[in-house]
Design a protein around this ligand. Structure first.
Ligand SMILES: [Zn+2]
Length: 266
């Protein structure tokens, strides 16, 4: 507080006192003293090296619609400001890499786009999410969104989509947008709950982990359902009460494919 007063006093002292201040100048000075910090105290948000990455749109750090929606940028200047305030220093090249970089969990061999089926030649990227507001207890502005285990949560080019659900990569921009459009598609589970047929785009390892989580949940529910059917006497194979799908699956598994072909011809 003492420091701030001293700086404000200095600011006032710096105004040439030879001429009386006009109304507008007086007002400006009052506003400046009350709200803004003098430039000398303003924090540098990026080191010069980090600023070059930002200005050069390194790895598409400022590209609108990178992960969709089309008009939104993966990171804004306010994110950098919040992050810099949180870390209490200008952001370095390493800090920028933590926010936006190549996805180290992406496959290293040729990656084919899940939408256009062409190879993705550009590096696969991922971007962290900076907390810009306190949404729940314990949130600190400028901190990164993390999962329960403390791992940074990323947006990236991997989408969990399709039937069966699978991790699919997309070209940034339109392809990823189209892949993500499937988010509007829903399907109804046996218990009549409606679920979306897609998980948002993420880093590859996170998309894989989520897919495994969803698969495990489905498997557990299926197991629960079939043990319920067993208990009430509808569970046995070939008892005539299985669903058509189950019957078809069982038939495919037990029959020799050649036999099926013969059958089809007849
Ligand atoms: Zn594509």
């Amino acid at each position: 507080m003492a420091k701030r007063e001293k700086i404000q006093k200095m600011t006032k002292d710096e105004i040439p006192s030879s001429e009386p201040l006009g109304d507008v100048e007086q007002q400006d000075l009052a506003t400046a003293s009350a709200t803004a910090q003098p430039d000398a105290e303003k924090r540098m948000v990026l080191t010069p090296e980090a600023k070059r990455l930002w200005d050069g749109n390194n790895l598409g750090i400022q590209t609108a619609g990178l992960y969709g929606p089309r008009e939104s940028r993966p990171l804004g200047w306010h994110d950098l400001e919040d992050r810099s305030n949180f870390l209490d220093r200008p952001l370095t090249v390493e800090d920028i890499a933590e926010l936006h970089s190549e996805d180290p969990s992406a496959p290293t061999d040729e990656v084919v786009c899940g939408f256009c089926q062409k190879t993705i030649g550009q590096p696969i990227v991922r971007t962290a999410l900076v907390k810009n507001e306190v949404k729940r207890e314990g949130d600190v502005v400028g901190d990164l969104v993390c999962d329960r285990d403390g791992n940074v949560v990323y947006r990236g080019q991997a989408v969990v989509v399709g039937r069966p659900m699978a991790v699919q990569p997309g070209h940034v921009g339109n392809c990823l947008f189209k892949l993500r459009d499937a988010r509007e598609k829903t399907r109804q589970l046996a218990d009549r709950r409606t679920v979306r047929d897609l998980l948002p785009s993420q880093a590859f390892d996170q998309a894989q982990a989520r897919l495994e989580g969803v698969t495990a949940t489905f498997a557990a529910r299926k197991e629960q359902n079939s043990s319920f059917r067993d208990r009430i006497g509808f569970g046995g194979k070939g008892d005539g009460f299985n669903s058509p799908h189950r019957r078809a699956t069982a038939g495919r598994q037990s029959r020799d494919p050649r036999e099926r072909n013969i059958g089809n011809r007849g």
